[in-house]
Design a protein around this ligand. Structure first.
Ligand code: NAD
Length: 438
């Protein structure tokens, strides 16, 4: 199978590399010449564990190429995947489809049929039909089908998620497109991973419903955590107690500083917008969006309390700025709300992150970057754990406390406990949804 993947971001690059690993002949195309240059030099422009090795294996096998030349890439293609960004449109929360439609138009002008044009980007219900209209308008005689194939991979575990998915969702209108998609995903089908074939609208809807549900689950537990603090319950025990119920499940029940990342914030906003446009307000999702903003504000209040009511003149060490561990992605990370509040309040902020500095430097002005947690915490008045990278889970807390000016810790990921903090010599320790020491 000859596949073209448009967009070499977190989704396009992982999908393209994994498809080549299935044995398909894949050309990845991006408009960003610097990304393509790095890829052609064997370098992966994002941080995703295992991706560089998998890429080089498939490049060496002659199944995987990178180019900026879409027209050349399209020669002989049987399937073209669109995996470009769909960020929030300024002003109204709608998903910005400019990149998707531009890619569809470019493909239509250069491709020879028969071909299946597959939207992998997360797009509002009805978009695949609009993609078909754009293609028809640009090339009325082209023999093509469209397909919707939303992606569910998680950054940081993307290869495993792609290779061992809970399910693959494929929305099609024709048997011919269904057959091509089945051929593409045959290695997964043979290993009995569920492949769900639906109509276009249902496939598009599944992606938004899944992300909104997950965002709701996180937000629910964060709200329960706030109540736990007020009533003296422990969110870790509560999460375990409800998660053991199979109808609820134990995933996504970790209280923290509010969800962030490249998907949940924009997809919840887009779903809310879709609901408004169709006269069916998504009231739960709208509330989730609001409560999540409150969760981030609540974290800032916690930090301010730990600083004695004002950040002014305090030195705050922040461990982790990416929206979750094992990625360099900073899009909508809680750090982008919390760190500016610290800086704006007059704190000297020292940050460290195993992979976030490259992206974070431009996004977090006014902070000092440190090589590790120990350097960040030296002489600080407050230690804030914001992202639960493995290397922050096993810190020598005694050494850290010993070098701080004021021994206060805010553990916004609940990776330590009051006992850990007390044993290490901290004078104050504030987690999320659990008993604090202060
Ligand atoms: P990204 O911003 O990392 O990458 C998009 C890439 O597309 C960029 O490299 C950009 O240069 C390229 N591009 C844009 N227009 C182009 C064009 N016309 N021709 C060639 N290249 C073009 O985005 P991402 O995080 O990979 O997300 C892509 C889509 O997948 C989004 O709709 C997103 O919602 C969805 N998604 C993302 C994730 C995730 O974890 N990041 C997971 C599931 C779904």
């Amino acid at each position: 199978m000859r596949i073209v993947m448009i967009g070499t971001g977190y989704v396009g690059l992982v999908s393209g590399i994994c498809f080549s690993d299935f044995g398909h002949d894949v050309v990845c195309v991006d408009k960003d010449a610097s990304k393509i240059k790095r890829l052609n030099a064997g370098e992966v422009p994002i941080y995703e564990p295992g991706l560089e090795d998998l890429m080089s294996r498939n490049v060496d096998a002659g199944r995987l190429r990178f180019t900026t030349d879409l027209a050349a890439a399209l020669k002989g293609a049987q399937a073209v995947f669109i995996a470009v960004g769909t960020p929030t449109r300024r002003g109204d929360g709608h998903a910005d489809l400019t990149y998707v439609m531009a890619a569809a138009d470019e493909v239509a002008r250069a491709v020879e049929g028969p071909v299946v044009i597959v939207t992998k980007s997360t797009v509002p219900v009805g978009t695949n039909r609009k993609v078909a209209e754009v293609i028809r308008a640009a090339n009325p005689t082209l023999d093509f089908d469209v397909a919707s194939n939303p992606e569910f991979l998680r950054e940081g575990a993307a290869i495993d998620d792609f290779m061992r998915p809970d399910r693959v969702v494929v929305g099609v209108q024709t048997e011919r497109a269904g057959q091509i998609m089945a051929d593409i995903y045959r290695p997964l089908f043979l290993r009995e991973f569920p492949i769900l074939v639906t109509d276009l609208e249902s496939a598009e809807m599944i992606k938004y419903a899944a992300n909104a549900f997950l965002a709701t689950k996180i937000t629910f537990i964060n709200e329960i955590a706030a109540l736990c603090e007020a009533v003296g319950a422990d969110i870790k025990q509560v999460s375990r107690g409800i998660g053991l119920d199979n109808r609820i499940g134990n995933k996504f029940l970790h209280a923290g500083p509010g969800y962030g990342g490249s998907c949940f914030p924009k997809d919840t906003k887009a779903l809310a917008r879709i609901g408004q446009e169709h006269g069916r307000p998504m009231r739960i999702t709208e509330t989730v969006i609001e409560v999540n903003e409150d969760a981030k504000r609540r974290m800032i209040d916690k930090l301010r309390d730990l600083c004695g009511g004002s950040f002014n003149g305090k030195t705050v060490a922040v461990l982790g700025v990416t929206f979750k561990p094992n990625t360099d992605d900073m899009r909508d990370a809680p750090s982008l709300t919390i760190v500016p509040a610290l800086v704006g309040g007059g704190a000297k902020v020292r940050v460290t992150d195993p992979q976030g500095r490259h992206e974070g430097e431009a996004l977090l002005p006014g902070v000092t970057w440190c090589d590790d947690a120990y350097a960040a915490a030296k002489d600080a008045d407050l230690l804030v754990i914001l992202t639960e990278w493995n290397e922050f889970r096993a810190l020598d807390l005694g050494r850290i406390a010993g070098e701080m000016a004021t021994r206060h810790m805010a553990d916004l990921r609940n990776i330590y406990s009051v006992d850990d903090a007390r044993d290490a010599g901290f004078d104050a320790y504030v987690p999320v949804g659990r008993a604090a020491m202060n």
